[in-house]
Design a protein around this ligand. Structure first.
Ligand SMILES: Nc1ncnc2c1ncn2[C@@H]1O[C@H](COP(=O)(O)OP(=O)(O)OP(=O)(O)O)[C@@H](O)[C@H]1O
Length: 359
């Protein structure tokens, strides 16, 4: 998967910009605030139809302008693919592949395999379970369309069930038959989601551990554990036994929407007991394992975005990370850094072919 060119119009701080990329390594360098992360985010947009950093779509349009266009020309399996994402104020976002607009954005997910490593990933450790569920969902969805569709359906039924619980409470009424229909649907989707998350983690965890060992070169034992209500019983039984609680809360308190991933270091939560360096290595190992998994499943090396990585890790570790990717299966890498010299020094040692973009 290679991004050949990228053209931006009114995307965040870019008014009009065209990049012609190297097939291997590309570095965006420049002072704080010049738009290095924004350039990476534009590439992320082409893969996921949204920003990695700012979920409010309209805030990605350049201030005081009416629309943005992110236009990318890729080579995938020797074919040229043009992806255009655009948004005009007051209108819906449009994603086009080779001139044809997608009806459902979810159809595009996985078409441009991509992994981003950014300081913002620390949210995976410090924030709530929804951040970790999003991570696991995004990894599986990139290689499994049926998973994404089960997830979308589950969320739809879940909000209908929650709306019904609210309606019951507001109108002081109850209808077990209607609720049972939602329970059955939710149960079917949840079983599928649970099974796929379990299967995914069986493959993913060993890759992750291997990556961590390679990066950290230390003895601590790290682990990932899948936490789900569904290990206990089927969702249909859980919904039944939690009915009174759900009626009181007016929302569904059990299900795969409550699943979590527990991050452990020597059997203790990494959030509380991991050093800064261990936490960073943990997150990078997680993302590199994502890279390996997607490559393994789709047969295509994902595009790798490394945001601000030199600020967080020393040069040796960065070189190690880049060559880890280079070793077995090179994809295309995009790096952002404030220091052109530092970036060039590290990159030069690993590959002769690279481009530096001074923003
Ligand atoms: N919608 C927008 N319109 C105009 N400018 C924007 C918009 N959104 C963000 N910006 C600007 O983009 C700049 C930040 O860009 P970015 O985060 O890419 O910087 P960076 O080069 O990665 O910096 P750092 O080295 O500090 O990480 C800020 O100046 C911000 O004001």
């Amino acid at each position: 998967m290679i991004l050949n060119t990228l053209s931006l119009v009114n995307y965040k701080n870019f008014e009009s910009q065209v990049f012609d990329f190297d097939a291997k390594i590309n570095c965006f360098v420049g002072a704080n605030g010049v738009g290095k992360t924004n350039a990476l985010d534009a590439i992320y947009h082409l893969a996921f139809g949204k920003s990695y950093f700012n979920p409010i779509a309209l805030q990605n349009i350049k201030h005081d302008t009416e629309f943005f266009v992110v236009d990318g020309n890729f080579t995938k399996l020797e074919r040229t693919e043009r992806i255009v994402v655009s948004l005009k104020r007051g209108q819906k976002k449009i994603i086009k592949r080779n001139g044809k607009a997608y009806e459902k954005f979810s159809d595009h997910i996985g078409f441009i395999p991509l992994v981003i490593i950014s300081p913002a990933d620390r949210d995976l450790i410090i924030e709530g379970s929804d951040t970790r569920r999003k991570f696991i969902d995004s990894v599986i969805s990139q290689s499994d369309k049926t998973y994404l569709s089960a997830l979308i359906s589950y969320n739809k039924v879940l909000s209908q069930r929650n709306a019904l619980l609210k309606y019951f409470a507001l109108n002081n009424t109850f209808n077990g038959d209607t609720l049972a229909i939602y329970n059955e649907q939710l149960n079917a989707y949840a079983s599928e989601i649970f099974k796929k998350r379990e299967e995914f983690l069986k493959i993913f965890i060993p890759i992750f551990k291997e990556r961590y060992e390679a990066i950290s070169q230390s003895k601590e034992v790290i682990d990932l554990k899948y936490k789900s209500d569904l290990f206990e019983r089927e969702l249909i039984d859980l919904l039944q036994s939690n009915l009174n609680k759900d009626k009181a809360l007016q929302y569904t308190s059990v299900g795969t929407h409550k699943d979590d991933l527990v991050f452990l270091i020597d059997d203790f939560p990494i959030k509380k007991f991991g050093s800064q360096g261990q936490q960073k290595s943990f997150l990078i190992a997680l993302k590199l394992a994502q890279f390996d998994f997607i490559k393994q499943q789709s047969g295509v090396a994902p595009i790798l975005l490394l945001d601000d990585i030199f600020d967080k890790l020393d040069e040796n570790r960065v070189a190690q990370i880049i060559s880890l990717v280079d070793d077995e299966h090179f994809g295309q890498i995009f790096i952002s850094d404030t220091h052109a010299d530092r970036t060039e020094n590290v990159v030069k040692q690993i590959h002769q072919s690279y481009k530096l973009f001074k923003l």
